[in-house]
Design a protein around this ligand. Structure first.
Ligand SMILES: NC(=O)c1ccc[n+]([C@@H]2O[C@H](COP(=O)([O-])OP(=O)(O)OC[C@H]3O[C@@H](n4cnc5c(N)ncnc54)[C@H](O)[C@@H]3O)[C@@H](O)[C@H]2O)c1
Length: 413
């Protein structure tokens, strides 16, 4: 069987991580990259690490004509434009077997709907990349618990948290370009992961029906004068004028359509988690059973004393988003695999080879976008939102959160 040829649009933080992951996926090569910045470096990495003969293409259309599938690994605010270029290329004859899009699918429900429609117009299979649902610790826990769940009944509460000290690029901090703050950026992971965790074995991924959402958004650290200034100096983003939330927590209630049982997904996300680096914390609780995943509980700890830290500049490679380079540090030996990137790539490639959508397609991405936007609306209104109410759904269709409009001061101060 010939290698499957993937092309990356975007060559930044995530694309580089995915290139590392791709080394663990069989039968796939990175055959092309198109990006405003970093394409040459990423192609050199691919060529040096046996990922195939990777070329740099100066347009989306050219890339699409030299690959079996392309990935949209570019910022949220260029999604619609890039997918539009992909659809045009496909209509002009580019032989794509599928298109992958990173989270969040859209910055608003309207944008996510537009992307779903564009994929239908293009007639290609899709993959929505929610890596956490592919994390081996999650899938292993669910496989181990499947007989217990069948015997004792489904999980009733899932908790998911993703927290770190803040993103690496200015556009993430700018709510008008990113689509909000940490809720838009990371609660999409935690909500999807809890939804997935709560889903009974052998049921489709969208089996549980969302019925209610409650949520709070807050600016706990990066609105403090000292940190606001730091953000302005480092990222050029002024949280005195256009603040976004650096903390969110909430609950999504789901209904089992066969039994009417209600189950709860609790999410917590922050950009003010000043500990070792990125932490993923997931829990699932059912009657008389449970599981827990904590990405900071690693088999590898290293210690760097003050003198050693002073001798080696920039030793902060231990963990994604780590901010310390001394003391007791957690190290994950294979982060690309731990976070689920390897398995999501393998799933998408297999699906596209078989001419179908991946485990999660863009319709699923749209549902997750709806839940995130409903959470913003619930936080703004200080109400629990009834998702079964047709009027609420209609409002969501035309909704852009105050924070995403650059009016976060009205909600957060
Ligand atoms: N699943 C995860 O854990 C995870 C982690 C990080 C980022 N992401 C998602 O991945 C996407 C990319 O994030 P990132 O951290 O790599 O961002 P980044 O800013 O580090 O990199 C973005 C890349 O896209 C390129 N780019 C920007 N505009 C472009 C355009 N119009 N055409 C072509 N290329 C363009 C940039 O030059 C750069 O190479 C975002 O949607 C983000 O939400 C997901």
């Amino acid at each position: 069987m010939d290698n499957f040829k993937l092309g990356f649009i975007g060559a930044g933080f995530l694309a580089q991580f995915q290139a590392v992951a791709l080394q663990s996926v069989r039968g796939v090569e990175l055959s092309g990259v198109h990006a405003l910045k970093g394409a040459e470096e990423l192609a050199a990495y691919a060529n040096d690490n046996g990922l195939g003969e990777c070329a740099v293409y100066s347009s989306v259309a050219e890339l699409c004509n030299h690959c079996d599938a392309v990935t949209v690994f570019a910022p949220n605010f260029v999604r619609v434009d890039l997918v539009g270029q992909i659809v045009e290329a496909v209509k002009a004859g580019a032989p794509l077997k599928g298109v992958i899009c990173e989270k969040p699918l859209g910055r608003t429900v309207a944008e996510a709907k537009q992307l779903v429609q564009m994929a239908k117009d293009g007639g290609f299979p899709t993959a929505y990349f929610e890596n956490q649902n592919h994390m081996k610790p999650i899938t292993a826990a669910l496989a181990q618990l499947a007989p217990t769940i069948r015997e004792m009944g489904p999980m009733t509460l899932a908790r998911s948290a993703e927290e770190h000290a803040g993103p690496h690029e200015p556009w993430f901090w700018d709510p008008t370009r990113q689509g909000g703050g940490v809720l838009s950026d990371m609660a999409c992971h935690s909500i999807a992961c809890s939804w997935f965790t709560l889903t009974p074995p052998d049921k489709p991924i969208d089996f549980l029906q969302p019925v209610r959402v409650s949520c709070e958004t807050a600016l706990l650290k990066w609105g403090l004068p000292k940190y606001r200034q730091d953000l302005l100096d480092r990222m050029g983003i002024d949280y005195a004028k256009t603040p976004a939330e650096d903390f969110t927590t909430g609950i999504v209630t789901f209904r089992n359509p066969e039994t009417d049982q209600l189950v709860k997904a609790q999410f917590t996300n922050s950009w003010m988690y000043d500990k070792q680096g990125l932490r993923l914390l997931m829990e699932g609780l059912g009657p008389d059973y449970a599981f827990e995943v904590n990405s900071l509980q690693t088999p590898v700890n290293i210690f760097i004393g003050d003198k050693a830290a002073e001798a080696v500049a920039d030793g902060e490679l231990a963990l994604e988003k780590s901010t310390a380079s001394r003391g007791l540090l957690a190290v994950e030996p294979n982060e690309a695999d731990l976070y689920g990137y390897v398995d999501e790539l393998a799933d998408a490639v297999q699906a596209f080879r078989e001419g179908r959508d991946a485990l999660m397609n863009w319709d699923y991405g749209l549902e997750v976008t709806k839940l995130c936007q409903a959470a913003y609306m619930a936080a703004e209104r200080r109400q629990t939102l009834d998702l079964t109410d047709a009027a609420v759904q209609k409002n969501l269709d035309g909704y852009t959160s105050l924070i995403a409009q650059g009016r976060g001061a009205e909600v957060l101060f």
